[in-house]
Design a protein around this ligand. Structure first.
Ligand code: GLC
Ligand code: CA
Length: 553
């Protein structure tokens, strides 16, 4: 099979990545918190699903102000997650099953308990002062400028001891590192090499678009040296190794994605872009008051990314992660068609060009957390925003409604393994409530049912490994203005893959353009197999299927 010359083969082009949120995945010792031995005990499950890479949200030593995204020692494992020996065991056991372990690299900031920061704040003359971003108060007092934290309030906190402010674009316990300082960069590269030597398969890079910030110019993302730093990092660490790297970049545009992931650039394998997520947010209240779902917009954004990265660069494909609501709750129909809509979403995403990421529990159709009281929430962002929005006059009920829809804890309830106590996640008291629907929605039930969402994911993951057209085929969208139908083709050589999906709970009847018509082999469907697309078609609620045809036969 001739592959487009533009698509260099990389082993991770055919792989599907599974994101593990360690705190909520599997608890091995009954303390209510998921841990590394718990993950190791589930490797067979991941292998059965066809997963070749797991990305672990942070497992490093941390005061857990932001569930581990506040790191106090980059080269130690948080005791609640286990030990370095547990980590090495996970990597070895995973490797023996053909699974690589990707670590979360959180280097925009550290914890305030990191020894660098402890020394940095001790004195203005500390050798570590310049590891962080310190500024004098504004003239007349107050923070140096108007930058705000993603978790609410000013991005600056006054440190009484030295009378200066330090920058924290997240919580005040997450001071931002100063990437302009070469010592900071070199310490980080050494740390990365230490993990690479331990046999990890790559890094997911937390808010990596922030590291080139220039606070005095109010530049946070895409600063002037961002790409220089990434190229330097690439040369100093993973560039010589066959690993996968994915940057978390909320600011990414197709143009900047080509800089991050372009073939000749020597930066990253790919980035996570969030345009399809943020397009639904309110201009003022952000995700706490989101707009109704609009398929035409979603298609235009996903399509734009497919076209832009067709010749160079590489896409990541995902519906959810630990910061986002559950895919089926957001884009599907949990009440009417939970199984059909979850399979439809998987079909549409996994047959695009790019590397798919499955967020834990997505493969069994886990849903948003039905919390009714603020006391049930654990996430620092949700708790901070609750305080701020209530102060600003939002009613508690409205806030809970927003959190139910978009709060980060939706994705953080324990993985539902079985219908047993606490969904089989822990024998103790879980750190956050289990979603009460675990009796019906759990991995044990899903694996034993041939028609489950889980088996649908397993088939999609397998298809990617056996069909180069799914990996490399050229993307073309159709019916761009249709409010309910997602339609695209992929073509490679003589082959053509047609993907059609109904994003609504209604039966949709429509006339299809010539280019979509024809017959072939049904690769996957969520009702019965469909082998032929006619001039006029009827789509059942959330129906989705893919037909593979020889285009010139
Ligand atoms: C990223 C992480 C998020 C975290 C933040 C600060 O957005 O995904 O969970 O709170 O960075 O590290
Ligand atoms: Ca535990």
């Amino acid at each position: 099979m001739e592959l487009p010359s533009t698509s260099r083969n990389a082993w991770w082009h055919t792989a599907t990545v599974y994101q593990v949120y360690p705190r909520s995945f599997a608890d091995s010792n009954g303390d209510g918190v998921g841990d590394l031995p718990g993950i190791t005990s589930k490797l067979e499950y991941l292998k059965a699903l066809g997963i070749e890479l797991i990305w672990l949200s942070p497992v490093y030593a941390s005061p857990m102000d932001d569930n581990g995204y506040d790191i106090s020692d980059y080269q130690a494992i948080a005791p609640e997650f286990g030990t370095l020996a547990d980590f090495d065991d996970l990597v070895a056991q995973a490797r023996s099953r053909g699974i690589g372990v990707v670590l979360d690299l959180v280097v925009n900031h550290t914890s305030d308990a990191h020894p660098w920061f402890v020394q940095s704040r001790a004195s203005r003359r500390s050798a570590y002062r310049d590891y962080y971003i310190w500024r004098k108060p504004a003239e007349g007092g107050g923070p140096p400028n108007q930058l705000t934290s993603s978790f609410g309030g000013p991005a600056w906190t006054l440190d009484e001891r030295t009378g200066e402010y330090y920058l924290h674009l997240f919580s005040r316990r997450q001071p931002d590192l100063n990437w302009a300082n070469p010592n900071v960069r070199h310490e980080i590269y050494q740390m990365m090499n230490w993990w690479l030597e331990r046999g990890i398969a790559g890094f997911r890079m937390d808010v990596i678009d922030y590291i080139g910030k220039q606070v005095d110019q109010n530049i946070v993302t895409d600063g002037p040296h961002l790409h220089d730093y990434l190229q330097e990092m690439n040369r100093a660490t993973f560039g010589s190794r066959d690993v996968i790297t994915v940057g978390e970049t909320w600011s990414a545009t197709p143009g900047s994605a080509l800089l991050y992931s372009g073939r000749a650039r020597q930066e990253l394998s790919m980035v996570f872009q969030f345009e399809h997520v943020t397009q639904q947010w309110d201009e003022i209240y952000g995700k706490w008051r989101s707009q109704p779902f609009d398929l035409v917009k979603l298609k235009s954004i996903l399509g734009k990314w497919q076209y832009a990265l067709a010749e160079d660069g590489w896409n990541s494909l995902f519906w959810g992660n630990h910061d986002l609501p559950r895919a089926v709750s957001k884009y599907g129909d949990v009440k009417g068609y939970p199984v059909e809509s979850a399979k439809m979403l998987a079909t549409v995403l996994h047959l695009l060009k790019g590397t798919p990421f499955v967020y834990q529990g997505e493969e069994i159709g886990m849903t948003n957390a039905p919390f009714t009281k603020i006391e049930q929430y654990r996430d620092i962002e949700t708790l901070n925003m609750h305080r701020l929005h209530l102060e600003a006059g939002l009613s508690p009920e409205d806030f809970i409604r927003g959190a139910n829809e978009n709060g980060r804890d939706n994705a953080r309830t324990p993985m539902q393994w079985s219908a047993g106590a606490n969904a089989g996640f822990t024998t103790g008291i879980p750190w956050i409530d289990v979603n009460e629907n675990y009796i019906a929605i759990n991995a044990e039930v899903a694996m034993s049912d041939e028609h489950s969402i889980w088996n649908h994911y397993r088939r999609l993951i397998l298809l990617r490994k056996s069909h180069p057209i799914i990996v490399y085929g050229r993307f073309q969208s159709y019916l761009d203005q249709h409010p309910d139908i997602f339609a695209y083709t992929r073509t490679l050589g003589e082959q053509r893959l047609t993907v059609l999906a109904n994003f609504s709970a209604r039966t949709i009847t429509l006339d299809l353009p010539n280019e979509l018509q024809g017959s072939g082999r049904c690769l996957i469907s969520n009702y019965d197999p469909v082998h032929k697309v006619d001039a006029a078609m009827e789509f059942r609620p959330y129906e989705a299927f893919a037909i593979l045809a020889q285009s010139r036969s």
